[in-house]
Design a protein around this ligand. Structure first.
Ligand SMILES: Nc1ncnc2c1ncn2[C@@H]1O[C@H](COP(=O)(O)OP(=O)(O)O)[C@@H](O)[C@H]1O
Ligand SMILES: O=P(O)(O)OC[C@H]1O[C@](O)(COP(=O)(O)O)[C@@H](O)[C@@H]1O
Ligand SMILES: [Mg+2]
Length: 324
């Protein structure tokens, strides 16, 4: 039996990701289709604490599916980590008459959703982060767009590295996770991919490989370093010292978080946003929306965040084989 809910809120929190707008659109449109009103809460949990809200209707979200960033702004709100901040957020949610709240963000944002659920505000997390580091979900919104942005930049780097017969050491985002670096490394044909989840023998996996590749006629190289591994400049210096090859560092940085979302991100965002509203209507609380084997499902937040997700080992092995 579906619970009669009248009003829900939507906020985006943590690092932005391409596709967050598409989540906002899907939530607002799904709510609207079922006669539920929707409030947009701006700047993540700060907006909930400070009452920074806007009314959103089906027409307020026209055209945003194609836009990067988030129309609701986002924030890392430290006040939410305090008892007072959390209580204020929950009280405001009740005061606004929210029967549910959709939170699009990463694991930190889901902890906030969990805390609010415990205070009687039914909250649902939707994974929006370029890092793909939400362990209970095969996919997080923004990952595909970020991979494509990184690849476009690295393809340009390859042109100049090829001309100068250099080595490009490229640092890719991902916080403590290497998912982004692995996909980007495979897609750009990297000679080596350094990931926080995999120890490597620098001499064997990089230096000897570069030397062997040079003998085979390869005159330029791309090395991908996940940000969780450490300093890309150190990697470049070690390569230069060991091989004599001129190595240049590029830190892709926040460029990876921008741009119009890809088809995959728009579709996943739309499916996940829709699912979040549907389960709120069924009376759910404290759930995280996930993709598992291309099905959209949901887990208890505690249970979901306690799961584990390893790198794609098969892809890692493939990358090592073809990078000769
Ligand atoms: N344990 C927690 N309890 C309540 N709120 C939290 C908690 N952890 C994080 N948050 C809220 O979620 C926000 C985003 O978390 P953060 O870890 O920065 O990004 P992400 O959600 O992308 O992982 C934080 O700034 C804070 O407002
Ligand atoms: O934008 P900031 O605050 O510098 O944070 C950078 C971090 O945010 C990310 O881009 C995305 O992480 P979250 O989605 O967990 O916020 C990480 O890859 C990176 O380490
Ligand atoms: Mg995170």
């Amino acid at each position: 039996m579906e619970k009669q809910i009248k009003r829900i809120g939507i906020l985006t929190s943590g690092g932005d990701a391409p596709g967050m707008n598409a989540v906002v659109r899907a939530v607002v449109r799904t709510a609207s289709a079922y006669g539920i009103s929707c409030l947009g809460i701006r700047r993540g949990y700060s907006g909930l604490i400070n009452g920074d809200i806007i009314e959103l209707g089906a027409r307020s979200v026209d055209g945003i599916i194609a836009k990067g960033g988030t129309m609701l702004y986002t924030a890392r709100c430290l006040e939410m980590l305090t008892d007072d901040g959390l209580t204020q957020a929950a009280n405001n949610a009740h005061y606004m008459g929210l029967d549910g709240l959709v939170v699009c963000g990463g694991d930190g944002s889901f902890r906030g959703a969990q805390a609010l659920s415990r205070k009687g505000v039914p909250a649902i997390g939707v994974p929006g982060t370029i890092d793909n580091d939400i362990v209970c979900s095969d996919y997080t919104i923004g990952f595909d767009s970020a991979c494509n942005t990184a690849i476009q930049a690295i393809d340009k780097l390859r042109d100049t590295m090829q001309s100068h017969e250099r080595c490009s050491v490229v640092e890719v985002m991902g916080r403590r996770a290497g998912h982004l670096a692995l996909d980007v490394g495979v897609a750009c044909g990297a000679t080596a991919i350094l990931l926080p989840e995999r120890e490597i023998d620098f001499e064997k996996s990089i230096v000897e490989k570069m030397r062997a590749n040079r003998i085979r006629g390869r005159k330029h190289h791309i090395i991908i370093v996940a940000e969780g591994v450490g300093n890309a400049q150190d990697v470049a210096d070690r390569i230069h010292t060991a091989t004599g090859i001129d190595a240049r560092v590029t830190i892709l940085g926040h460029i990876q978080r921008g741009g119009s979302p890809t088809v995959r991100d728009r579709v996943m965002a739309t499916r996940m946003g829709y699912h979040a509203v549907k389960i709120l209507m069924e009376g759910a609380s404290n759930r995280v929306v996930c993709a598992r084997n291309n099905q959209i499902t949901d887990y208890d937040i505690e249970e979901g965040l306690a799961m584990s997700k390893d790198l794609n080992q098969e892809l890692y092995e493939v990358s090592q084989t073809v990078s000769i």
